[in-house]
Design a binder for this molecule. Structure first.
Ligand SMILES: *[C@@H]1O[C@H](CO)[C@@H](O)[C@H](O)[C@H]1NC(C)=O
Ligand SMILES: *[C@@H]1O[C@H](CO)[C@@H](O)[C@H](O)[C@H]1NC(C)=O
Ligand SMILES: *[C@@H]1O[C@H](CO)[C@@H](O)[C@H](O)[C@H]1NC(C)=O
Ligand SMILES: *[C@@H]1O[C@H](CO)[C@@H](O)[C@H](O)[C@H]1NC(C)=O
Ligand SMILES: *[C@@H]1O[C@H](CO)[C@@H](O)[C@H](O)[C@H]1NC(C)=O
Ligand SMILES: *[C@@H]1O[C@H](CO)[C@@H](O)[C@H](O)[C@H]1NC(C)=O
Length: 666
C-alpha cells in the first residue's frame, strides 16, 4: 500500500499556512497525570433475541462468526459482552426465556445467552460479562406490570441468575443492571446490593440505571447509601455527551447501550465517531453496541443494527460489516485497565483523537475524521459539524517522548470513490524528536500504536446468501443441544420450548410447547396471544401444516398462520391468515392476531388433550384449511397482507404443544 504517513519536524504548535491548507499540532503527554481508566468496548446480545439465528448456524461458520466478535487480535476482539436476563417477554426482536418461568421453577440451560457467554469466554478469558433484565416473568410482579412492589422477590430472581451462571456454566458475571430503560427504585437498588453481598457476590458491580443520565445522577448525589450501592452510571444513546451531575458523582460513566444503526459504511462511521467522542466529550470509559450481531429476521425492527450480520443459518452466509473493523481500531490495541491520557480532544478541522496507555510505556492513539454525512447515527442525531482534510502533528511527551516508531492501521471510508478499505496495516511511522505528522483526509480512522499484535483476521468466503428453504419440516425430535428452542423459530410473544412426554405412546413424545402461562412484566407491548414466526418474509403462496395439542381446558386455543407481517414491538398489530381451533369445539379464520377480522368460522370438534392436524393453504387472494386431512373451510378471501412469515401460536398465555411442523412454499 502507498504510504500516507509522513514524518516531519514541527517547530511551532499551530501553523496557519493560509490558502485553505491547515496544520495543527497536538501534544500527547502523561506528565500531568492520566485520564480515566478505560473499561472496554462491548456488544449487547438481547433486548431482545438479537442473537436468535446465530445459534442455528452450522460449523465451521458459527465458530467463525464468534471469532470475528470475540477472538483477541482477530476481529472486533470485544472486551465486554452484555446479555439480556431473559424475562419471557418481547424485548424488541423477540422474547428470551427466563431461568424461572414460574415461582418454583429454576433452569439455567434455557435460551442461548449462557452458550454465547461461554463461547466468548473461551476466546477471551478476560471478557467482562454483564447481565440486565428487560422484562420479568409475571409472578415476579404478582400480576402487576411493575417489578418493585416485592423488591426482595425481584432481587432474589436476578441474583439467582448470577449464581446459576457460576454454578452451571462457571461464568463470573461482573456487572448487573436494574431494569432496562425503565424507572429505577432506590430501595430496590439498595436491596439488590444487599442480596448480592449476602450471597457472596461482593465483586458484582451494579450499573444504574440504563436509561438517561438523569434522574439517577441526581439521586446518587442526594443519597450516599444509594451511591455506595452503585458502581457505574450507565446511560443509553448519550449522543457522546454527559451532564454535570454525572461528573460530580465521581462514578465511572458508561454508554451502556449505543449505536443502534444500520451496519453499512455510514453505520461504521457512526460507530467510529461514538467510540472516540464518548470519551472526548462525555468522559465515558465503556461503550456497548446494540447490538452484538444482527442475527434476527431482517424484517423485524432495527434489521441489521449489529456489529456484523449473521441472519441466514440455513445458508451459512454471514457478513463481516464495517463496525467490526472500526471496533478493532480500539480493542486490538488497548485493554480494560489501560488509562486514557488527559490529552485527548477534537482536531482543528473536525474529527477527534484519543490516546490510551497501559502505564508501562505502551501508547495507542485512535483518530477519526468522520464527516457529518458519513457518520449518521440513528439516534440521537448529533448537531452538524464540518470536517476537512488537514495535517495533524502529534508531539509525544513524558513517558512517550522516546518512542521511535508506531505501528499504523487505517480505515478509509472513501465515499467519493466508493472503494473503502478497512483496518489496513500500513508501514510504521518513524518519529523524529517524538513527533509525527499525518495527512488526514475526510472519513478516515487511524490507529497509531506501540502494540505489535494487531491482526486482520480472515476466513475463506462463507457460502453465498440464499433464501429460507421453500420446503421445511421439523418434527422436533432432533434436538439441538444446548438450546431449548427449535431452529429458526423466532418467538415474538410467549416461549416455545422443546418438550418430552415419556408417557406418550408415540408419535408425540418430542414436541414444541408454549410454556408462558401468565402475562409477563413486559418491556414492550407483547400480544395477548403467543406467537413464534419462521421462514421467509416474502412468502406469499404456501401451505403450513402442524399437529396441535391444547392443554388449557376452559379457554384453550391454538393457531397456525401464514403471511404474518409484523413482529417485535409491533406484534400486537400483526396481520396475516390465522387458522385457529379451540378447546370448545370451534374454529375461526382471522386476518389478524387479535382475532377481530373473521374470514370464516364454524364447528371443528376440537378439544383439549387430543392431537389434531391443521393445514393452511394460502394462494393469491384465497385461503383454505384442512383438519386431520379433510377440508374444513375453503375459499376464504384474503386481501391483505401480500406476504409474511409462517407462524404458530396460542389464543392466550396457556400451555399448548406443536408437532410435525411443515411448510411448502411456492
Ligand atoms: C499538508 O501538508 C502538505 C505539505 O507537507 C501540503 O502540501 C498540504 O497542502 C497540506 N494539507 C493541508 C490540508 O493543509
Ligand atoms: C488476561 O489478562 C491478564 C492480566 O491483565 C493478561 O496477563 C492475559 O494475557 C490476558 N489474557 C488474554 C487471553 O488476553
Ligand atoms: C507494551 O506491551 C507489550 C505487551 O503487549 C510489552 O511486552 C511491552 O513491554 C510494553 N511496553 C512497551 C514500551 O512496549
Ligand atoms: C459547515 O459548513 C457549511 C458550508 O460548508 C457552513 O455553512 C457552516 O456554517 C459550517 N458549520 C460550522 C459549524 O462550521
Ligand atoms: C403426555 O402423553 C400422555 C399420553 O398420550 C397424555 O395423556 C398427556 O396429556 C401428555 N402430557 C403432556 C404434558 O403432554
Ligand atoms: C401467488 O399466487 C398468485 C395467484 O396464483 C399469483 O398471482 C402470484 O404471482 C403468486 N406469487 C408468487 C410469489 O408466486
Amino acid at each position: 500500500m502507498e504510504r500516507s504517513v509522513s514524518t516531519a519536524v514541527v517547530l511551532c504548535l499551530t501553523l496557519s499556512l493560509g490558502l485553505g491548507s491547515s496544520s495543527h499540532a497536538y501534544v500527547l503527554d502523561d506528565r500531568e497525570g492520566l485520564g480515566r481508566v478505560f473499561d472496554g468496548i462491548g456488544g449487547l446480545s438481547g433486548g431482545g433475541a438479537t442473537s436468535r439465528l446465530l445459534v442455528n448456524y452450522l460449523e465451521p461458520y458459527r465458530s467463525q462468526i464468534l471469532d470475528f466478535l470475540f477472538k483477541p487480535n482477530f476481529g472486533a476482539s470485544l472486551h465486554i459482552l452484555k446479555v439480556e436476563i431473559g424475562g419471557d417477554a418481547q424485548t424488541t426482536d423477540g422474547t428470551e426465556p427466563s431461568h424461572m418461568h414460574y415461582e418454583n421453577d429454576e433452569n439455567y440451560f434455557r435460551g442461548y445467552e449462557w452458550w454465547l457467554m461461554r463461547e466468548a469466554k473461551k476466546r477471551n478469558p478476560n471478557i467482562t460479562l454483564i447481565g440486565l433484565p428487560w422484562a420479568f416473568p409475571g409472578w415476579v410482579g404478582h400480576g402487576k406490570n411493575w417489578p418493585y412492589d416485592f423488591p426482595d422477590i425481584t432481587a432474589a430472581y436476578v441474583v439467582n441468575w448470577i449464581l446459576g451462571a457460576k454454578q452451571y456454566h462457571d461464568l463470573d458475571i461482573q456487572y448487573v443492571g436494574i431494569w432496562n430503560e425503565r424507572n429505577y427504585d432506590s430501595k430496590y437498588i439498595k436491596l439488590l446490593r444487599y442480596t448480592l453481598d449476602k450471597n457472596g457476590l461482593e465483586t458484582v458491580g451494579i450499573i444504574a440505571s440504563d436509561n438517561l443520565w438523569e434522574p439517577i445522577a441526581f439521586s446518587l448525589l442526594l443519597d450516599p447509601e444509594l451511591s455506595a450501592a452503585v458502581d457505574v452510571i450507565g446511560a443509553h444513546y448519550p449522543g457522546t455527551t454527559t451532564v454535570l451531575e454525572a461528573l460530580e458523582t465521581h462514578k465511572r460513566l458508561w454508554s451502556s447501550e449505543d449505536y443502534s444503526t444500520f451496519n453499512d459504511e455510514v453505520g461504521g462511521g457512526c460507530w467510529a465517531r461514538i467510540l472516540n467522542q464518548n470519551y472526548v466529550n462525555g468522559h465515558m470509559t465503556a461503550t456497548i453496541s446494540w447490538n452484538l450481531v444482527a442475527s434476527y429476521y431482517e424484517e423485524l425492527p432495527f434489521g441489521r443494527n449489529g456489529l456484523m450480520t449473521a441472519e441466514e443459518p440455513w445458508s451459512g452466509h454471514y457478513v463481516v460489516e464495517p463496525p467490526i473493523w472500526i471496533t478493532a481500531h480500539t480493542t486490538q490495541f488497548s485493554q480494560p485497565g489501560w488509562s486514557y491520557l488527559q490529552t485527548v480532544g477534537h482536531l482543528g478541522q473536525g474529527g477527534s483523537y484519543v490516546a490510551l496507555t497501559d502505564g508501562k510505556g505502551n501508547l495507542t492513539v485512535v483518530i477519526e475524521t468522520m464527516t457529518h454525512d458519513h457518520s449518521v447515527c440513528i439516534r440521537p442525531p448529533l448537531p452538524p459539524f464540518n470536517v476537512t482534510s488537514q495535517n495533524a502533528t502529534f508531539q509525544l511527551k513524558g513517558s512517550f517522548a522516546s518512542i521511535k516508531e508506531l505501528h499504523v492501521w487505517r480505515s478509509q471510508f472513501n465515499f467519493k470513490t466508493k472503494k473503502p478499505s478497512f483496518f489496513e496495516k500500513l508501514i510504521p511511522v518513524k518519529l523524529l524528536d517524538g513527533s509525527f505528522t499525518l495527512n488526514l483526509a475526510e472519513d478516515e480512522v487511524y490507529t497509531l500504536t506501540t502494540i505489535t499484535t494487531g491482526q486482520k483476521g480472515s476466513y475463506p468466503e462463507p457460502p453465498a446468501s440464499a433464501r429460507f428453504p421453500k420446503v421445511y419440516k421439523d418434527d422436533f425430535s432432533v434436538r439441538n443441544p444446548p438450546f431449548t428452542e427449535a431452529p429458526d423459530f423466532a418467538d415474538q410473544t410467549g416461549v416455545f420450548e422443546y418438550h418430552i412426554n415419556l408417557t406418550d405412546p408415540g408419535p408425540h413424545v418430542f414436541t414444541l410447547r408454549q410454556v408462558v402461562t401468565q402475562r409477563p412484566v413486559t418491556w414492550a407491548t407483547d400480544a395477548d396471544q403467543t406467537i413464534s414466526v419462521i421462514g421467509d418474509y416474502q412468502w406469499q403462496n404456501l401451505t403450513v401444516t402442524c399437529d396441535v395439542f391444547m392443554e388449557s381446558v376452559m379457554t384453550g386455543g391454538v393457531f397456525i398462520a401464514a403471511r404474518v407481517n409484523k413482529g417485535g414491538q409491533a406484534v400486537r398489530s400483526a396481520l396475516g391468515v390465522f387458522f385457529w381451533v379451540f378447546a370448545d369445539g370451534t374454529y375461526k379464520v382471522t386476518n389478524d392476531i387479535v382475532g377481530q377480522t373473521v374470514l370464516a368460522e364454524g364447528q371443528s370438534g376440537t378439544h383439549t388433550y387430543g392431537w389434531f392436524t391443521l393445514s393452511l393453504t394460502v394462494k393469491g387472494q384465497f385461503a383454505s384449511g384442512l383438519l386431520n386431512g379433510f377440508p374444513l373451510w375453503q375459499n376464504a378471501v384474503v386481501l391483505t397482507p401480500n406476504n409474511g412469515w409462517a407462524a404458530i401460536g396460542t389464543r392466550s398465555f396457556e400451555l399448548a404443544q406443536f408437532d410435525n411442523f411443515a411448510v411448502v412454499a411456492e
